[in-house]
Design a protein around this ligand. Structure first.
Ligand SMILES: NC(=O)c1ccc[n+]([C@@H]2O[C@H](COP(=O)([O-])OP(=O)(O)OC[C@H]3O[C@@H](n4cnc5c(N)ncnc54)[C@H](OP(=O)(O)O)[C@@H]3O)[C@@H](O)[C@H]2O)c1
Length: 296
């Protein structure tokens, strides 16, 4: 057997995502050790050259970098707690989905074992892993990221977000909010147009154009949020409120669910009640930046 190198990597968890990650590491020429609770899932990877560890313990101690990808943090603890001693001096890169508090707790736990922790979020589906289309967010100690970046780059396009271990999970959930915001707005429009016999495929090019135009406003609006100044260069919140009323009334008249525009309007009404009707739309961040929207 050849001696261990810094580019050796262990992959724990060979579900749909873990298998894709291991396949990409093998494809990039890394000596890859794999372990999965159900060993049979490793067969295909072993045929491609992966080394099958006979226990979680030997998987952890086989490589300087251990990538984990199991269902959730409870499963992760079940796998790692009995083999915690082996983490000393190694880099644990956890790509299991979770929230920022779980990531920070996992970092503290790993550091107690003498290990280094990077937390990651995979913004991709398994078939894209190993291509530039797979975006992998990582946060934690920068030195660990830069030392092993070439290993991570085998998985897709990696983005290092900062030292706070919770950042990957926060970006992940913020991305989900963006995704569902766009999808729900599109579906509401599909339902509205459906009442006039317009099918989704006919409506969608128009919807996509509006979405792209709106995305174009974000960078300028971000400057407003960052400077906490909201000059009404385009439209005031009062004007938006008028448009929202039309959307609610039209939805109700046509028998289409109006819960989503009613929520938008409730937030805007509170900001207007707080004296912000003459400001531009991003002033609404003040309603989002607290547990419950309130009027001051
Ligand atoms: N699939 C995606 O598109 C996608 C995208 C982004 C992020 N992710 C994240 O990636 C992670 C894995 O997803 P997946 O799609 O690979 O799920 P999956 O196919 O259901 O695989 C789950 C993996 O976790 C292991 N596992 C579960 N409980 C365990 C336990 N108690 N002890 C040991 N191992 C345990 C399973 O082992 P067994 O084989 O023995 O059951 C399996 O390897 C999740 O956190 C998911 O949110 C997935």
């Amino acid at each position: 057997m050849t001696s261990p190198t810094d580019s050796d990597v262990t992959l724990i968890g060979l579900g749909l995502m873990g298998k894709a990650l291991a396949g990409a590491l093998l494809g990039a020429g890394h000596r890859t050790t794999v372990w999965n609770r159900t060993a049979a899932k490793a067969e295909e990877l072993v045929a491609q050259g992966a080394l099958l560890a006979d226990s979680a313990d030997s998987a952890v101690t086989a490589s300087p970098v251990i990538i984990t990808c199991v269902s959730d943090y409870a499963s992760l603890q079940q796998v790692l707690t009995p083999v915690a001693d082996g983490l000393g001096g190694r880099v644990l890169v956890n790509l299991t989905s979770g929230d920022s508090a779980q990531a920070q707790e996992m970092a503290r736990w790993t550091e107690k074992q003498g290990g280094i922790y990077l937390d990651g979020a995979i913004m991709a589906v398994p078939p894209t892993i190993g291509t530039a289309a797979a975006v992998i967010l990582l946060s934690g100690p920068e030195s660990a990221f830069t030392t092993h970046q070439s290993t991570f780059d085998a998985l897709g396009t990696t983005a290092y977000l900062g030292e706070d271990h919770g950042l990957s999970a926060l970006y992940d959930v913020a991305g989900l909010s963006m995704m569902w915001g766009v999808l729900n707005a599109w579906l509401h429009g599909v339902a509205l147009l459906g009442t006039a016999g317009v099918n989704a495929s006919t409506y969608t090019p128009f919807a996509a154009q509006i979405a792209q135009e709106t995305v174009g406003w974000l960078a300028g609006y971000a400057d407003q949020v960052d400077s906490a100044t909201y000059p009404p260069d385009d439209a005031t919140l009062d004007t938006h409120a008028g448009g929202m009323t039309h959307l609610i009334e039209e939805s109700e008249r046509l028998g289409v669910n109006a819960e989503m525009p009613r929520l938008f309007k409730a937030l805007v009404d509170r900001a207007i009640a707080a004296g912000q009707g003459g400001s531009s739309y991003p002033v609404l961040v003040e309603q989002f930046a607290q547990p419950r929207a309130t009027s001051r």
